[in-house]
Design a protein around this ligand. Structure first.
Ligand SMILES: *Cc1c(COP(=O)(O)O)cnc(C)c1O
Length: 396
């Protein structure tokens, strides 16, 4: 019995079987690369489901965590910790005037946003939240209710009241969905799990204007799009709008769990002592990790790199499309890319890529998600493109 087989047996016997796993056990990561338990190397173009956004084990993140580990690991939120306010200031200076609440995951950050909206609406008797079809907001009861995909809801009724789903990028549907009870609209500027679907420029501008006119909160879920993924620090910057609230998680901690709810100035006094909390939220280790991510993005000019390498990668993928009739469309922004396939089961391509030594993802059955770390270089893109091309040929 190999060591890997023992790990798989233990997983099967003792871990709740809620995941479909590849037959791979990863033990090491550095930059765009990971290594499995047998020593096989992979280029990782979907690093940790977009969590390791600046690559695996970025030295800034590692050294910040190491330094903090030697001092204190956890400080309860009854006390100040040295780094939480520094991180909050950093997030605000990189986004819009307001304040930050720290959580531990995307779902938890979104729960905070939903509670913010509910509490703000409680004085005017408004509680309804509009969300988009094909959206994804998390797996807690409120966030799976907010999610515009039926498959995550099966068996969990009764769901949370007060959510309405509308088609994305359809302004008339949005206008029609607004009632005297509407308090917020929540959406991803680019839908991730939904298949890499971008909001239209005009759509988001008009939504923002209507929200402003009707005192409705515009909540942007930037859990996947945030932290440079689309070539700007936050995706809303592409649209010339400012949200009422924004949620972050995934790559915020560079691999370490952290979530954040960023609340614009107008709403910063809604959640007060006793109304919201999180035991682990904003721990000094998590804050140290996230500060490392911000300094890496700035010092290594990773936003520019995301734009340049995104262009280069899209060109490469367009080249593959020319030679492979299974590839229908390349979409996305900077390093958040979707490759739409003309086959029912894109997971076959993902499996072939694993064999080739390339990690990517497939969502909505036929959209490959290619999201390399912001630190990626041309050589890695060349290599990954070759591997993807071979994998596609084998499946076609
Ligand atoms: C991943 C994701 C979430 C959920 O984050 P968790 O950390 O898994 O709770 C929410 N929204 C979006 C857009 C996501 O991509």
């Amino acid at each position: 019995m190999t060591f890997f087989q023992t790990i798989k047996d233990n997983d099967k016997n003792y871990v709740l079987q809620t995941y479909t796993r590849q037959d791979v056990c990863l033990v090491k990561g550095y930059g765009s690369w990971v290594e499995d338990i047998n020593g096989k190397k992979y280029i990782d173009f979907f690093p940790g489901w977009a969590v390791s956004g600046i690559g695996h084990c970025h030295k800034k993140v590692v050294s910040n965590i190491e330094e903090q580990l030697k001092k204190i690991m956890h400080v309860s939120n009854n006390y100040y910790n040295e780094l939480q306010p520094v991180l909050a200031e950093t997030i605000i200076k990189n986004s819009f005037p307001g304040k930050v609440f720290f959580a531990n995951s995307g779902a938890e950050a979104n729960e905070g946003a939903i509670k913010l909206a509910r509490k703000y609406g409680s004085s005017s008797g408004r509680h309804e939240i509009i969300t988009m079809e094909k959206s994804f907001h998390g797996r807690t009861l409120a966030t799976l209710t907010a999610t515009g995909q039926d498959k995550v809801k099966i068996g969990f009724s009764p769901l949370v009241e007060g959510f309405k789903h509308i088609p994305f990028n359809d302004i008339e549907s949005f206008k029609k969905a607004i009632t005297s009870k509407t308090i917020a609209v929540m959406l991803e500027p680019i839908q991730g799990e939904g298949g890499v679907n971008s909001a239209d420029l005009d759509y988001l501008k008009i939504v923002a204007r209507i929200c402003e006119e009707k005192d409705i909160l515009l909540i942007l879920d930037e859990v996947q799009t945030g932290m440079g993924r689309t070539g700007k620090m936050f995706a809303y910057e592409h649209f010339g709008i400012t949200p009422s609230a924004m949620t972050l998680a995934k790559s915020l901690g560079g691999g370490f769990p952290i979530g954040a709810l960023v609340v614009a100035k107008k709403y910063e006094d809604i959640l007060i002592p006793g109304s919201h909390a999180s035991t682990f939220g904003g721990s000094p280790i998590a804050a140290a990790a996230a500060l490392g991510v911000f300094s890496a993005i700035h010092e290594e000019k990773l936003l520019d790199n995301a734009v340049n390498m995104g262009e280069y990668l899209i060109k490469k993928l367009e080249g593959i499309k020319k030679n492979n009739f299974r590839v229908k469309k390349i979409k996305g922004k900077a390093l958040m890319i979707g490759v739409e396939l003309d086959i029912d089961d894109g997971s076959k391509v993902v499996n072939e890529c694993v064999r080739e030594g390339l990690l990517i993802n497939c969502t909505q059955k036929n959209i490959l998600r290619v999201m390399p770390p912001l630190t990626v270089n041309k050589e890695e893109i060349d290599l990954a493109s070759e591997k993807l091309s071979k994998a596609l040929e084998r499946v076609s």
